[in-house]
Design a protein around this ligand. Structure first.
Ligand code: AMP
Ligand code: ZN
Length: 122
């Protein structure tokens, strides 16, 4: 499946639509961010495009601006959510893609993970 505006069977589409509750971090016309339900670290949130793109494997040049906006927003949200400033602090960005990439939810999402160590994973 390629990008569709909304997949009624997708858990992240349901979160974006408010049909499943989430702890919202940020929202605009194109992007939604919320806390991961099983955090690995003191800060762990997910950034998703509102458009249902299954994974990075379906990304094309038409999505470059959207992904660019997500990347530019990540450091701002990371600080807002409690990551310490670079270089002592910082964060990790993870984007699992496909089975081999460990992707469980097939709506493109970027993990933003940070805060003081030790972390549960990673
Ligand atoms: P992955 O597809 O492996 O990159 O990761 C999916 C992530 O979504 C996991 O870290 C889950 O903990 C998280 N997750 C799954 N369901 C929810 C939910 N309802 N609310 C918040 N996070 C979720
Ligand atoms: Zn979706």
């Amino acid at each position: 499946m390629t990008a569709v505006p909304h997949d009624p069977n997708c858990i992240f589409c349901k979160i974006i639509a408010g049909q499943i509750p989430s702890k919202k971090v940020y929202e605009d016309e194109e992007i939604f961010a919320f806390h991961d339900i099983h955090p690995w670290a003191p800060v762990h949130f997910l950034m998703v495009p509102k458009l249902h793109i299954p994974s990075m494997a379906q990304v094309g040049t038409e999505h470059a601006a959207l992904l660019g906006r997500m990347m530019a927003l990540a450091p701002k949200l990371a600080l807002q959510e409690g990551c310490r400033p670079y270089p002592e602090g910082g964060f990790r960005i993870v984007c699992n893609t496909g089975e081999d990439g460990g992707q469980e939810v097939h709506h493109l999402h970027v993990h933003v993970i940070g805060g003081p160590r030790p972390w549960l994973k990673g």
